[in-house]
Design a protein around this ligand. Structure first.
Ligand SMILES: C[S@@+](CC[C@H](N)C(=O)[O-])C[C@H]1O[C@@H](n2cnc3c(N)ncnc32)[C@H](O)[C@@H]1O
Length: 326
């Protein structure tokens, strides 16, 4: 759910705007998003209506997906209490809101964004947030930046890699890792293309001796086959504006995303990750798990020690395999 203060600020921005124009912009964004905008040369967000449509229809989803990944990092590394964050390709600030909600310890945020219209709306929205967001530093710049980015406890790159060419991506990853003193989180759409970018980033970061935090329960080669992709779903509540702009009836949507989180410090990784919706049958549950030994599909019966855990397990959760039999 959107932070209430952000929701109010967003509604204030949208009130009185030309709904038809916004709806057309929202549908243009969806189309470019589905097509994989990296294949087009036009910028993803092209004008003021696009920026508002992005904030109304995409920002709640990107914020939700980034926040879900942050929650997983917090669970795996409870001692990680970042003070400083760098948000690259910040857009209207979703990654910064997500991190600030997860870690109240954050008090300094630096955001870098190329499009001035995105940056300005993001800045206005943050005035409704806590003091650290009101004081966030925004920089308009084209990444990868030739300047040294500095050093931050947390670096986030949300839904940006797909907008860069291969050279820019490589340079951005190099710079982002150099700027990371604690944790680097990268999130992309949960599509085959998004996962391909995550997988390439994962390989590069492991070469740099990064330690994987999540979602992978191991640092080996990803066991998923070429026609499959690792992604998760986050349920996003749709606001009134969101519903009317999309002409949607459902009060929610499921945002699919792929992510990788790495750290300078080794952390306790999950023993396994649930990579599909568990299949519930009478008296048994079938799970699809990624483990250090590869992909497995155990069936957990009611009398098994893992039954309780399996009943609660959801797609994307970690799963502990070695429970004591009691
Ligand atoms: C899909 S939006 C994601 C925004 C935000 N991170 C989020 O998760 O909602 C991608 C953002 O990356 C920005 N971007 C793309 N290429 C960039 C570049 N070379 N330098 C800086 N920002 C860039 C775009 O302007 C856009 O705001």
């Amino acid at each position: 759910m959107l932070p209430p203060a952000l929701r109010v600020a967003l509604e204030r921005e949208l009130t009185g705007t030309d709904q038809q124009r916004l709806a057309a912009a929202a549908s243009g964004l969806s189309e470019r998003y589905r097509e994989g905008h990296s294949r087009t040369t036009a910028p993803f967000v092209q004008n003021a209506a696009d920026v508002l449509a992005y904030a109304a229809t995409r920002m709640p989803a990107t914020l939700g997906a980034i926040k879900a990944a942050c929650a997983e990092i917090a669970q795996r590394q409870p001692s990680f209490q970042p003070s400083t964050q760098l948000d690259l390709g910040a857009g209207t600030g979703a990654g910064t809101w997500a991190a600030s909600q997860t870690w109240p310890s954050l008090h300094q945020h630096q955001l870098i964004e190329r499009e001035n219209t995105m940056l300005q709306l993001g800045q206005r929205l943050m005035q409704a947030g806590p003091t650290s967001l009101q004081q966030a530093a925004w920089q308009q710049a084209n990444l990868p930046n030739t300047n040294n980015l500095g050093s931050y406890d947390l670096v986030t790159i949300g839904y940006v890699l797909g907008e860069l060419n291969a050279t820019q991506r490589q340079q951005l990853l190099t710079q982002a890792w150099q700027a990371t003193s604690g944790v680097l989180l990268i999130v992309e759409p949960g599509t085959p293309r998004g996962f391909e970018l995550i997988l390439a980033a994962r390989a590069f970061l492991l070469e740099q001796q990064a330690h994987l935090i999540a979602p992978c329960p191991h640092q080996q080669t990803c066991p998923l086959q070429a026609n499959d992709w690792c992604h998760f779903a986050t349920r996003i509540e749709r606001t009134r504006f969101h519903r009317s702009l999309k002409g949607a009836e459902l009060g929610y949507e499921d945002e699919k995303s792929s992510y990788v989180a790495v750290s300078r410090q080794a952390s306790q990784r999950a023993q396994a990750r649930v990579i599909r919706h568990p299949l519930h049958q009478p008296q048994r549950i079938q799970l699809q798990l990624c483990t250090p030994q590869g992909l497995i599909s155990p069936t957990i019966n009611k009398r098994d020690a893992q039954w309780k855990q399996a009943r609660k397990a959801e797609w994307g959760d970690s799963f502990e395999l070695n429970l004591s039999q009691d």
